[in-house]
Design a protein around this ligand. Structure first.
Ligand code: SAM
Length: 256
């Protein structure tokens, strides 16, 4: 087979640092769930995953699919690995596979947020251990009071707990990306479900430097908001990142 050249349009930056690969494997939740890997690439992470669990992989690049089918012919024959060749976003209906799974992957960054939000909503997905752009990892792991605390942080805290496992420099990849990366883990307790709650969050955090009152009054009646803020003892000048996840749930119950 010809040498594989990384394709920018598929967000291909292959993780080559063995220490980081080990850290991902060590951070995997201890359970019997299947592993779903999105974007196995050259299979550098896959080779560790198939050693410990059965893996369902989704890869869009047909050249890489061929390479993986050859490289993992034994694991495919014993059904330890199954490769779906195609765009994972097209395959994904309400659930990605029909049994409980953990998502473990170095994700394609251009669709990483979309994939994580789908995994949070997928009832079969129990844990999410992924590498993404550092900035995105920080948003999912942020807590109340932090500048980057926004709708992604509230959505994540509403379904479980998240933390950054390790920060990863560009030198860990081939070719190196222009940005820093991080691996983070979300341990789910429940599923993301309420689209209307998320709609309220989008409005609440639309202009993060403005007051929450100002943002919300774009779609909610200001007098009702003032009443609810008084009842919940939120100051009228509070900024969106200063409320906690449970504050947002209380606010939502009162204003819908
Ligand atoms: N996991 C490998 C590693 O760590 O070296 C590769 C990671 S690379 C950042 C992202 C991978 O996702 C690439 O293999 C790319 O072809 C694949 N990919 C990109 N878009 C995809 C999509 N829509 N569906 C499935 N795989 C996709």
């Amino acid at each position: 087979m010809d040498k594989i050249v990384a394709k920018k349009k598929f967000g291909q930056n292959f993780l080559k640092d063995e220490t980081v690969l080990q850290k991902i494997v060590e951070a995997m939740p201890n359970n019997d769930n299947k592993i779903v890997e999105i974007g196995p690439g050259l299979g550098d992470l896959t080779k560790y995953l198939v050693d410990v669990k059965s893996v369902e992989a989704f890869e869009v690049d047909t050249d890489l699919c061929k390479l993986l089918q050859k490289k993992f012919d034994k694991e495919i024959a014993t059904k330890q690995l199954h490769i779906n060749c195609g765009d994972v976003l097209e395959t994904w209906q309400s659930s990605l596979v029909d049994e409980d799974y953990d998502l473990v992957a170095n994700l394609p960054y251009y669709i990483a947020t979309n994939i994580i939000l789908k995994a949070l909503a997928d009832p079969k997905c129990k844990n999410i251990l992924v590498m993404v752009q550092l900035e995105v990892a920080e948003k999912f792991c942020a807590t109340e009071g932090e500048k980057v605390f926004g709708s992604l942080g509230v959505i994540t805290q509403s379904v479980g707990e998240a933390h950054i496992v390790v920060q990863v420099p560009p030198t860990a990849f081939e070719p190196p990306p222009k940005i820093d990366s991080a691996v983070f883990l979300i341990e789910k307790r429940t599923d993301r479900s309420d689209e209307n709650f998320e709609g309220m969050l989008r409005v609440a955090f639309k202009q993060p430097r403005k007051t929450l009152m100002k943002n919300l009054s774009v779609i909610y009646d200001k007098e009702i908001l003032q009443e609810v803020f008084n009842e919940l003892e939120f100051t009228q000048t509070i900024r969106p990142h200063q409320l906690s996840t449970s504050d947002y749930h209380q606010l939502y119950k009162k204003i819908i």
